[in-house]
Design a protein around this ligand. Structure first.
Ligand code: NAG
Length: 134
């Protein structure tokens, strides 16, 4: 092959790799979960995990927030579950489930309150509030 054909083939391959990479990224969009402590004067502890990742225990001060980003699985569903602990209670919360939140939020912002939690689809748009399940 002469060098012009060679570089033509190289550029074609490069384009192919870029197209495949973009399709992959588009198929598994980046999502973000933010957990905010909106309980006055009380620290909370948050421990989140999915089937693949255990994010460990994270303390959050009042009005503080913590978050994480992830790509949804190409096959199967992504689900992150958290245990939210305060001084005298502990509650489970599904902070991200493909089946529930895929089209609801890209940044799923959770406000943790003493009687429950509220989901915002951005920092300002409220989706709904959920009282803690006893
Ligand atoms: C908590 O209580 C407030 C005031 O009664 C109510 O508006 C809200 O829906 C309750 N639940 C949550 C999760 O905020």
């Amino acid at each position: 092959m002469n060098s012009i054909v060679k570089s033509g083939v190289f550029i074609l391959m490069l384009c192919l790799v870029m197209v495949v990479a973009q399709v992959h990224v588009a198929a598994t969009p980046a999502k973000r979960v933010v957990v905010e402590n909106d309980i006055d004067g009380e620290d909370i502890g948050v421990h989140c995990a999915s089937a693949d990742d255990d994010l460990g225990f994270v303390p959050i001060h009042p009005r503080g927030q913590w978050g994480f980003s992830f790509h949804t699985r190409f096959l199967g569903t992504t689900l992150f579950h958290c245990r939210i602990s305060s001084r005298d209670s502990s509650h489970g919360l599904v902070v991200y489930d493909d089946n529930l939140h895929r089209y609801v939020c890209d940044t799923c912002h959770w406000s943790i309150r003493s009687n429950g939690s509220c989901l915002f689809s951005s920092d300002v748009t409220k989706v709904d509030c959920y009282d803690w399940v006893k």
